[in-house]
Write a new protein. Structure first.
Length: 84
């Protein structure tokens, strides 16, 4: 059940990050979910390593959205460089 929950939360985080990010990113459902999962892992690892929050706290969800936004910015930058 943990993997399914991770996928669901990752999807929600990815959708929120795409909604908050200005501009249009042409990413599908799977890439959005992977972005959210990666953002969650990134924010969870960094936030817990720095002692900002513990696993299961609400701040982790906010951190996950911030992590996904950072990854979305990096994705847009790399995709923009590749298109030129």
């Amino acid at each position: 059940m943990g993997i399914l929950w991770t996928i669901i939360v990752g999807f929600v985080v990815g959708v929120i990050a795409k909604f908050l990010h200005p501009g249009k990113e042409n990413m599908g459902l799977i890439v959005t979910t992977l972005l959210g999962i990666a953002g969650s892992f990134l924010a969870g690892y960094i936030g817990q390593a720095l002692g900002w929050y513990q696993a299961g706290q609400g701040a982790g969800f906010i951190g996950s959205i911030v992590g996904a936004l950072i990854l979305l910015l990096i994705y847009g930058f790399v995709k923009g460089k590749a298109a030129s």
